[in-house]
Design a protein around this ligand. Structure first.
Ligand SMILES: [Zn+2]
Length: 129
């Protein structure tokens, strides 16, 4: 079960760097919001979660395969996390926030990452009136 892939660059740091270079201001680990989003843009009411594919059960992702031992244990544990994530996102939306999940497997492709961030953050639906 390899969770960390070679470098010291944590996916979250990479997302923060990217956001910064795109000129966005953000806050970190907002404990007042459901699920403690990793990155919060209060002005836009947008929250970003940076999730590890394994721990958060990224569907269809080859990094999210459970280890060959203790399959049941891991499957149950991860299912719980997935459920919790879903509830947190729902709670955020109910508070009038938007949430985006960035998966750790998506970080390497900076072009893709930037596109996802931009689409999420430029969404006019939540622009301040
Ligand atoms: Zn993934």
């Amino acid at each position: 079960m390899s969770r960390i892939h070679g470098t010291n660059t944590k996916p979250e740091l990479e997302v923060r760097r990217r956001l910064h270079s795109m000129g966005f201001r953000f806050r970190l680990h907002c404990s007042k919001l459901p699920g403690k989003p990793d990155i919060v843009l209060p002005k836009h009411k947008k929250a970003i979660f940076v999730h590890g594919c394994f721990w958060h059960g990224h569907q269809g992702c080859k990094r999210s395969k459970p280890p060959s031992s203790n399959v049941q244990f891991w499957t149950a544990k991860i299912a719980k996390t997935v459920e919790r994530d879903r509830n947190n996102r729902k709670a955020l939306v109910e508070l009038g926030w938007q949430a985006l999940t960035i998966w750790s497997c998506e970080i390497k492709n900076t072009e893709f990452l930037e596109k996802r961030l931009r689409e999420f953050l430029d969404d006019p639906a939540s622009e301040e009136k």
